[in-house]
Design a protein around this ligand. Structure first.
Ligand code: AMP
Length: 320
């Protein structure tokens, strides 16, 4: 089993949903991503929590085989985010973000973490992502992926640019891709992002995954564009963390197979989507943390049937 080092927020979320308000829900990008990755690989979690972070949460993470040696406990309160969702859960607004112990966080990777062949730099300040990158560079990981958000694209374009030039895979949503490129057409935005940020590392051109929430995810790499849908669910309870779960699932699968070939990446996207579909079935990490191997296999098999068109579209059409 391969390791995947995952850095990002570990949080308490207050979620105002149409179904009710849920407070002190365990969340954070690195939490969702690590739990997702733990289904297939050994996540090594890098983050910070405060004295209010209960041992039951730590126990839950460790039970899933997540290495928490890089999860620092600092004096103060854990990062907190409050969001309100629209009636159809299709959009949300951030009501409050309290950095708390994150404000002074200086990630320090335990020695074992720096040897991980796969690294996921979750959505945090690009200076922190660069800091982690500096600690793993030179050890030549097989794949370094990063996520980011509109806030950093707008407020830290220079640092973010420096980061994207140094990674192998950028995982962002479609609005962020358009914002980053300054282009409204997603295919052109993707091409521009790949062109602009691949200049520094021509030997390992940047690959890009564009997440489209309930509408699936696109991959842009040298093999051409690829698309995988999201698995259709009749009931969605809480979309929080689905994007991070997706990224964790992608990295977990790559770590499991031990390579980052174009075909592995395409397959990894189905695993990310399958795990994302579990994530939204309940509040916070509840459903994700309860998935059995059998549930997982059943969802992957259902997914394979969902996208199965019998192969070779041209021959089946009977067109000469
Ligand atoms: P997602 O729904 O995939 O965008 O991820 C939601 C998670 O991101 C929540 O659990 C939040 O705690 C976390 N989060 C929200 N805002 C930030 C931020 N500015 N930096 C880091 N993590 C955040």
């Amino acid at each position: 089993m391969n390791d995947v080092t995952i850095v990002g927020s570990v949080a308490f979320d207050d979620l105002e949903m149409p179904s009710g308000t849920f407070e002190d829900v365990l969340g954070g990008a690195a939490t969702y991503a690590s739990i997702a990755a733990s289904l297939m690989a050994r996540p090594r979690l890098v983050g910070v929590v405060g004295n209010d972070f209960g041992d039951e949460h730590l126990a839950m993470l460790k039970e899933r085989g997540i290495d928490c040696a890089g999860l620092e406990r600092a004096n103060g309160k854990t990062f907190r985010w409050r969001g309100r969702y629209s009636k159809d859960l299709g959009s949300r607004e951030t009501l409050d973000t309290q950095l708390n112990v994150f404000a002074d966080f200086k990630p320090k990777l335990p020695a074992t973490y720096t040897e991980s062949p796969f690294v996921l730099l979750g959505n945090i300040h690009p200076a922190l992502q660069l800091d982690v990158l500096a600690q793993v560079k030179g050890k030549t990981p097989k794949l370094i992926a990063a996520d980011t958000m509109n806030l950093w694209i707008a407020s830290e374009p220079k640092l973010l640019g420096e980061l994207i030039e140094k990674i192998d895979l950028l995982v962002i949503n479609d609005e962020e891709a358009k914002q980053l490129a300054g282009i409204d057409n997603i295919a052109r935005a993707a091409a521009e992002i790949r062109r602009k940020y691949s200049l520094q590392h021509k030997d390992r051109p940047l690959r890009l995954i564009v997440k489209k929430g309930e509408h699936g995810a696109l991959l842009f790499d040298d093999a051409g564009p690829f698309f995988a849908p999201a698995y259709p669910l009749e009931e969605v309870r809480d979309p929080t963390g689905a994007g991070d779960t997706f990224a964790g699932g992608v990295m977990g699968y790559l770590a499991h197979v031990g390579d980052a070939s174009p075909l592995s990446l395409r397959r990894a996207i189905f695993h990310g989507s399958a795990l994302g579909s579990f994530c939204v079935e309940d509040i916070g990490t509840r459903r994700l943390a309860a998935i059995s191997k059998a549930d997982y296999r059943a969802r992957i098999e259902a997914f394979a049937r969902f996208v199965d068109y019998g192969g070779d579209l041209w021959d089946k059409a009977g067109v000469d």
